[in-house]
Design a protein around this ligand. Structure first.
Ligand code: FAD
Length: 440
């Protein structure tokens, strides 16, 4: 027998985006159901790590969850002896979010621990089908489901047992433990922030074997460091032309340092992105993105220090190249890869390979049943780049009613909507919009 509950707002996804939205709604006296099926409500993917080695990659002073209250996290961090210019452990940020969620649940937020498999438009709003037999009926629905799981890499088809498709899952954690005990070699495909997390996990678990981290260009995230900010006026930044912006960035970087130049664009990231034609946006994703990502999304100096030490000790090799074949042989994985600008193949055996290539950037290939149900019913459609949902200037999926999307699902429109300082602004604006829309 199915049972239904009715709420003004249903939020699917209890990571940072969903949690802060629920809290914003609670502050406005609006009750909501925060639906999360992973057991990570109040944390999401980024902040459910319990490892002390996993630090925030934004300074404490930038990590307030509340729009308009920039000091909220920094003050708390300082009261515990932290430095507002420092990088807190991610598990501390999870505790902070947990307290925010506790306050919200005392004021009308109901955490529902279940996965949503389908959302259907009804006359009065939405019906959300949960696994198990429950439905939630809501006047308004918010999709805060985060990034799509990484796509499997075709070279590793048939390499089950040695290949970890999802680096955040329990199997990956077990593989890290196994590697620490056996000292086996690990291959990490991808050299971004996910790779850095995994390298830290291996190091902290006591792994002293070989690690190869490989990506097409072999670029790794740069380190934060103090610098003199060099703000610019929006009118001084070339817009609508990627090549011109790139030239500007290089020139400005030579004058004031690359960190100051890159960060001076932050206040204008939405208009700059939206000023590009779709073709320019695609060109950015194809060619400029790897460079942009490693300079823009920097890591804490202590984390960069660990990575550099492991490279210097010969434990970690960063390779620019690509995997050609992978097959299971004698209880290991034999991988052939070609280094960039080399004509010869290198064959090497690894105990495990981890997919660290980052989230799936394709709505067309999503395997998420909830998204599929909405796409198939025409309630949402992919954005012009196919990487998220098409949303209007109020983060509402185009073509639907009483529906909002938050966070990475909206990156086609906003691009840099993946970190706390950006998502908190979006959540506050969506909470205002919902309050207006449902008349509370
Ligand atoms: C490892 C990592 C470290 C990061 N570090 C920082 C940092 O230091 N500073 C910073 O500003 N940003 C950081 N970010 C970026 C940013 O904070 C996150 O991407 C952001 O928290 C996104 O939150 P989210 O709630 O949108 O998504 P998620 O955290 O992915 O949460 C989505 C939730 O929705 C649930 N869900 C999905 N589908 C369903 C469904 N059908 N039914 C029910 N539940 C569902 C998932 O289980 C998940 O719990 C980091 C990101 C990662 C991945």
């Amino acid at each position: 027998m199915t049972s239904d509950r009715r709420v003004p707002v249903a939020i699917i996804g209890g990571g940072f985006s969903g949690t802060i939205l629920a809290a914003q709604l609670a502050r406005r006296g609006i009750a909501s159901a925060l639906i999360d099926g992973s057991g990570r409500a109040g944390k999401g993917v980024a902040y459910s790590t319990t490892e002390p080695a996993h630090l925030l990659n934004v300074r404490a002073e930038g990590m307030s969850a509340w729009a308009g209250e920039p000091d909220d996290f920094a003050r708390r961090f300082e009261s515990e002896g932290g430095d507002r210019r420092g990088f807190a452990q991610r598990r501390l940020f999870a505790r902070y979010l947990g307290e925010i969620l506790d306050e919200a649940t005392a004021n009308g937020t109901d955490v529902v621990e279940a996965s949503a498999s389908k959302a259907t438009r009804t006359e009065g709003g939405w019906r959300i089908a949960l696994d198990g037999d429950e439905n939630v009926e809501a006047d308004a629905l918010v999709l805060a489901i985060g990034n799509q799981e990484p796509e499997s890499l075709s070279a590793f088809t048939g390499a089950d047992g040695h290949y970890l498709r999802n680096p955040w899952g329990a199997e990956a954690r077990a593989a890290v433990q196994d590697l620490a005990e056996t000292g086996g070699a690990a291959l990490l495909i991808g050299t971004g922030l996910t790779m850095v997390d995994l390298v830290l996990s291996l190091d902290a678990a006591g792994h002293r074997g070989r690690i190869v981290a490989l990506s097409r260009r072999g670029l790794i995230p740069r380190s934060h460091a103090d610098f003199e900010p060099a703000p610019v006026e929006e009118a001084d930044v070339p817009s609508g032309n990627l090549r011109a912006l790139w030239r500007w960035l290089r020139r400005r970087g030579a004058e004031v340092g690359w960190r100051a130049a890159v960060d001076s664009l932050r206040p204008y990231s939405h208009p700059l992105w939206q000023g590009f034609s779709p073709e320019e946006q695609r060109r950015f994703m194809r060619h400029a993105r790897p460079w942009w990502d490693v300079h823009r999304h920097r890591i804490a100096p202590e984390v960069a220090g660990t990575v550099a030490r492991m490279v210097a000790e010969g434990r970690l090799e960063i390779v620019a190249g690509r995997v050609v074949t992978a097959r299971a042989v004698d209880d290991a994985l034999e991988v052939e890869y070609r280094k960039r600008r080399s004509s010869s193949l290198k064959a090497e055996r690894f105990a495990y390979a981890f997919n660290c290539t980052g989230p799936l950037h394709s709505m067309a290939r999503t395997r998420d049943p909830l998204l599929r149900s909405l796409l198939d019913a025409g309630q949402v459609r992919p954005d012009h780049l196919g990487i998220g949902l098409e949303v209007d200037e109020r983060s509402r999926p185009v073509g639907s009613d009483a529906l909002w999307a938050l966070g990475p699902l909206t990156k086609g429109r906003y691009w840099e909507i993946i970190a706390v300082p950006d998502i908190r602004e979006q959540a506050a604006a969506v909470a205002d919009d919902i309050a207006r829309e449902i008349g509370q």
